[in-house]
Write a protein that binds this ligand. Structure first.
Ligand SMILES: [Zn+2]
Length: 180
């Protein structure tokens, strides 16, 4: 059996046993998780996310980029259209050790710079080899983005691919304290 057939068989099993037509388009926890495409770090599995609980966005590295911000903007409009103005309440960044973005930085920096929509020289300031530093930088970048709601709770987690454990590097904090 090739993998295509394996997936169809697993889907048939899912449709029989776990499917619920009651799920809503908006995540039941008001949470968006941003993670890496690496198959070892699927947020649904490593964080035990259940269907319908969270929206998950995955890119190379789980990094904050122009494309990610654009995706969040679209989701915010989708949320408003679905009757939940203000968008998500929680945004969780999940990055990980031994990420392929490190090799991409080393071997194809111009490509990675284009992907992240930054100047190539800026890559050296993005702590690409160190997810613990990178996640703090990315949370700081989110805080400066005025397109995101002040009340959004943001947090940063790093997953260690050698232990399976997640460490909270940036605990959940409000994106910005309200002015006045
Ligand atoms: Zn990765």
């Amino acid at each position: 059996m090739d993998f295509h057939e394996v997936m169809l068989e697993r889907n048939a099993n899912f449709a029989r046993t776990d499917f619920s037509p009651e799920l809503k388009m908006m995540p039941s926890t008001g949470t968006i998780v941003v993670g890496c495409v690496d198959p070892r770090v699927d947020p649904a599995t490593v964080l035990g996310l259940k269907l319908g609980e969270t929206a998950v966005i995955r890119n190379v590295g789980g990094r904050v980029s122009h494309a990610l911000i654009e995706t969040l903007a679209v989701l915010s409009v989708v949320g408003a259209a679905a009757g939940r103005p203000g968008g998500a309440r929680n945004l969780v960044l999940l990055q990980h050790t031994d990420c392929g973005i490190i090799g991409c930085h080393r071997h194809a920096p111009a490509l990675l710079a284009r992907y992240l929509d930054v100047e190539e020289a800026a890559l050296d300031t993005m702590s690409i080899p160190d997810p613990y530093e990178a996640i703090a930088l990315d949370i700081a970048a989110l805080k400066t983005n005025l397109d995101l709601s002040d009340g959004l709770m943001v947090s940063g987690l790093v997953y260690d691919v050698t232990t399976g454990q997640v460490q909270t590097v940036v605990p959940p904090t409000r994106l910005r304290t309200p002015s006045n």
